[in-house]
Design a protein around this ligand. Structure first.
Ligand SMILES: NC(=O)C1=CN([C@@H]2O[C@H](COP(=O)(O)OP(=O)(O)OC[C@H]3O[C@@H](n4cnc5c(N)ncnc54)[C@H](O)[C@@H]3O)[C@@H](O)[C@H]2O)C=CC1
Ligand SMILES: CC(=O)C(=O)O
Ligand SMILES: [Mg+2]
Length: 467
């Protein structure tokens, strides 16, 4: 169950209540006090901010218990998650101050003109003389935001800002959120091409399928820079990394396992493709209508591609039917679709990656008793399988070697690098994937990605530490 942190500002009437009464009321209604700040002390009354950790479902109970209590006046309730979003989560900052006219004439006109001319004469100089070499656009149209669906470009912004924060904190990449007010494929392609000159790479985010496939493919063909749809490939890379390690835990091999992937959208298609490249021979892709089967006919081009693959099973069935006997379940669909019984019907030592956000396909309470390895996309449970493990290091590597694109060998190298961060001695059911705060993750991905880019001839620059 997910917890939230709320700050309750309360005024206590000392003639009627003590702080002990407040603490007891909070505790009885399911809250856990984590800090107390006195805002206004006083003899007859006092005002305090009480920070309370509480399960999402219990928040109202805590608030109501204080409202009802004689002698307690509830002045305000602030959700800390909302508080950290006030005014947005990133800002633009100059790299140097402009202290006088002399500085002004260098960073701006007239001095800047000769720099412009230099770039005009040699466009590659944009990489050394502008923010291009370290700046990525995080672009969405707001149509497949987390598992929330088509919530539009304004509502998508907090996720994009969050991705930009992660790019910066984890890999030093300057990322800028761009939320497009169009869902038209051609208009999106045109717009991204038009704004691309200032960026060193494009991270596409939360654009629903099947439009995301066309948008990414066309941009990769038409722009000479890394284009990466995070929900497709970031997710596939981290799944492969987690699976490589989970298979070691359960002592099974990629060639022998039967894998059910639920939700054949952006993430699901790329995961299926990468599973096949990694050697999976028994694959069951499933979407709303049930299994996508070998030999079937589908209007969705990527589903048709899957139906033409020899490793895809031919048996029809609903998710609850096809999951029976499976070794691995990978969910990238939506929350709460399966229960403990479904997991119990899987083969021995089941591996369950329930990665829908914000709610996984099967909750930990239901899945953990019946699975050997359980992972979600969330940071509040063990084994967080989330594309945040991938995109910062991958773009760090791609920018550092000025890669022309992000190709399959670079992605596979990134997956192996992530898996390698968990050593053989550390590996266990609850630790198949490193934490995003493990500094080795970005370092290892960068190294692997740069090497793969050089080997495949797409690097335009050899970073100093590779010379
Ligand atoms: N943990 C992680 O790193 C990531 C998790 N995700 C999560 O995966 C989910 C899908 O994301 P995208 O692929 O970007 O979205 P998408 O919209 O491209 O694809 C979702 C697919 O799931 C299918 N689907 C919906 N309900 C279903 C059901 N009841 N049974 C089977 N299939 C169903 C849809 O038809 C669609 O094909 C979201 O919840 C998202 O938050 C996505 C990317 C990364
Ligand atoms: C993690 C992520 O990118 C998603 O859930 O869409
Ligand atoms: Mg996403």
């Amino acid at each position: 169950m997910a917890n939230t942190s709320i700050i309750l500002r309360v005024e206590l009437d000392h003639g009627k209540v003590t702080f002990g009464d407040v603490a007891a009321a909070i505790s009885k209604s399911g809250g856990d006090i984590t800090s107390i700040d006195v805002i206004r002390p006083g003899k007859d009354s006092s005002v305090r901010d009480i920070t309370v950790e509480v399960a999402d479902t219990q928040e109202d109970r805590v608030v109501e218990s204080l409202k009802r209590h004689d002698g307690i006046k509830l002045i305000n309730v602030s959700d800390r998650t909302f508080l950290v979003h006030l005014g947005g989560k990133i800002k633009v900052q100059p790299t140097l101050p402009i202290k006088n006219r002399d500085d002004l004439s260098r960073v701006y006109t007239p001095g800047v003109a000769k720099v412009c001319t230099a770039i005009h004469e040699d466009q590659d100089k944009a990489y050394s003389l502008t923010i291009k070499r370290n700046t990525v656009a995080v672009i969405t149209d707001g149509t497949a935001v987390l598992g929330l669906g088509d919530i539009g470009p304004h509502a998508a912004a907090p996720v994009m800002e969050g991705k930009a924060m992660l790019f910066k904190q984890l890999a030093g990449v300057d990322a800028f959120p761009i939320c497009l007010d169009t869902t038209d494929t051609e208009e999106i392609i045109r717009t991204i091409k038009a704004i691309s000159p200032i960026f060193g790479g494009i991270n596409l985010e939360d654009i629903s399928s099947p439009r995301c496939f066309e948008i990414e493919t066309r941009l990769a063909q038409e722009l000479d820079m890394p284009i990466f749809h995070d929900d497709q490939h970031g997710t596939a890379v981290v799944v492969i990394a987690g699976l490589l390690n989970a298979l070691k835990v359960v002592n099974k091999r990629m060639e022998n396992i039967r894998v059910v992937v639920n939700g054949i959208g952006a993430a699901g298609v790329s995961i299926c493709k990468m599973l096949l490249s990694a050697g999976v021979t028994k694959l069951v892709p499933v979407d709303r209508e049930g299994a996508i089967v070998r030999g079937g006919t589908y209007s969705h081009p990527m589903w048709q591609w899957l139906a033409d693959q020899p490793q895809v099973e031919a048996n029809e069935g609903s998710l609850k039917e096809v999951i029976k006997g499976a070794d691995v379940f990978i969910g990238v669909s939506r929350g709460n679709l399966l229960n403990g019984e479904d997991i119990r019907s899987m083969g021995p030592d089941p591996i369950v990656f329930a990665m829908a956000n914000p709610e996984p396909e099967v909750s930990p309470e239901e899945a953990i008793p019946h699975s050997r390895v359980y992972a979600t996309g969330r940071s509040d449970y063990p084994n967080q399988i989330n594309n945040v493990l991938v995109f910062p290091g991958l773009f760090r590597g791609a920018l550092d070697c000025r890669a022309r694109c992000i190709n399959e060998p670079m992605k596979l190298a990134a997956a192996r690098a992530i898996a390698s961060v968990v050593s053989g001695g550390e590996l266990n059911e609850l630790y198949i994937i490193p934490s995003i705060f493990n500094e080795q993750v970005v370092i290892e991905i960068r190294k692997a990605v740069v090497q793969a880019a050089i080997l495949t001839g797409v690097a335009r620059r050899i970073p100093k530490d590779f010379r």
